[in-house]
Design a protein around this ligand. Sequence first.
Ligand SMILES: Nc1ncnc2c1ncn2[C@@H]1O[C@H](COP(=O)(O)OP(=O)(O)OP(=O)(O)O)[C@@H](O)[C@H]1O
Ligand SMILES: [Mg+2]
Length: 311
Amino acid sequence: MRLIEEHSIAGQAVSSPEILVIGGGKGGVGKTCFAVNVAVEIARKGWQVILVDADLSCSNIETVLGTRAERHLDDFFHQRGAKDLQPLLCETQYDNLSFLPGTTGLLDVANPRYQQKAAFIRELRRLDADLIIVDLDAGAHLNTLDLFLMTDTNGVLMITPEKTSIDNAFKFLRAALFRRIERFYQSPELGLLLKDNETLSEFVECVRDSDVFDEVTRQRVCRELVALAGAIKPKILVNRAHNAYEAQIAANILAKFARQHLMIETLNLGFLYFDKCVSDSVNSGIPFIVSRPRVRVSGCIADIANRLGYV
Ligand SMILES: Nc1ncnc2c1ncn2[C@@H]1O[C@H](COP(=O)(O)OP(=O)(O)OP(=O)(O)O)[C@@H](O)[C@H]1O
Ligand SMILES: [Mg+2]
């Protein structure tokens, strides 16, 4: 079931781990709680999982997982020369689950350069695991967008069934798409046009009518824009839902916005029930999938692990 990507070390093909990135724009929607619990669930089934705290400004997986790290991601960004993430990996109290701690929140590390982020992503892909789960921070900062874009089909947009959350997730996805376009062309002219538009459909129209480019270029760019958007297929996950119907409506609204305005097709990863045991588990440092395996929200985590192919 797993998507196997291949890269090469010293000329030898090596299979890369699958990477699942948890984002979504709004703070406090439950990204970290989900990342920790689904990581523990998949590891308990025997898959090798690495949980990555990529919240570069305010990491807190350590608290939710109930683990303390000796070293932090700061060491990686401060390291000179060849960089390696392996020495930063910490064992956890769960078999098959290791953990890459976040940063201490120092300013210079919260704003790594593009090359530093590229090195971080490259090193993540070289880690030895079946699955790497990356927990992002809130907002649509360039760091968060660049990390979200490290996978085309395994970015999770976590929302709650509230308008503000759906709206933030849409804006986050739009910012990610526009960032992808900007990095693809690295063209000041297109960058300027992009800033004037709120949706991809408007931007495509704008390029079509623009007199900055010749006709052949205009047609090529329009085709490329549609292809760039078509390559991104995020998975929508609804948290804090009171029932399946409420979750489905929220997911459908976001899916419709993404299709209409960004030409992006989304997939539905499912939903998690609202349950007070989630906050109790944060306070105790024991993931609810461990302390409360029989509650409905734990059943949702198990379903999602299966849906991701980790049976
Ligand atoms: N399904 C749920 N039911 C009830 N409460 C929940 C649920 N999921 C998360 N919470 C509560 O929401 C709080 C915030 O969750 P979490 O820290 O995972 O959000 P986040 O999206 O990672 O936030 P940030 O963007 O700040 O990193 C948790 O402390 C928990 O109490
Ligand atoms: Mg978080």
